[in-house]
Write a protein that binds this ligand. Structure first.
Ligand code: FE2
Length: 110
């Protein structure tokens, strides 16, 4: 659980650096999503340290924390990947900023 938290934080920080480097148009929103997730993760981690792997913990972990990160990767991170690839190929900020629709995805649970 602890290693997962370290990995997530490091991965989010790397992603945010990449977004800053390319002046990613959804940077503020994407960073806020990471922050919300880390807060939810830390709350769950505290619960785990206090009560161990209870049934509630397992349910929250699978239904919220894992589901959220899967949706985040499928939408927000895919958009980021498309944007970065487009920028590296075309260097056309206007073109690459089009069609980034992950901001419309409503994330729940985390
Ligand atoms: Fe992300």
């Amino acid at each position: 659980m602890h290693l997962l938290g370290d990995y997530i934080k490091e991965h989010f920080a790397d992603e945010e650096k990449l977004q800053q480097k390319h002046n990613y148009p959804l940077y503020d929103w994407h960073k806020r999503q990471h922050k919300i997730y880390i807060q939810a993760y830390e709350k769950l981690h505290k619960e785990y340290m206090k009560n161990g792997p209870s049934q509630d913990f397992t349910l929250h972990l699978t239904q919220n924390i894992i589901d959220w990160i899967v949706k985040h990767i499928q939408h927000a991170d895919v958009d980021l990947g498309k944007f970065v690839n487009c920028m590296e190929e075309s260097h056309n900020y206007e073109l690459c900023s089009q069609g980034l629709d992950s901001i419309q995805i409503v994330y729940t649970g985390a």
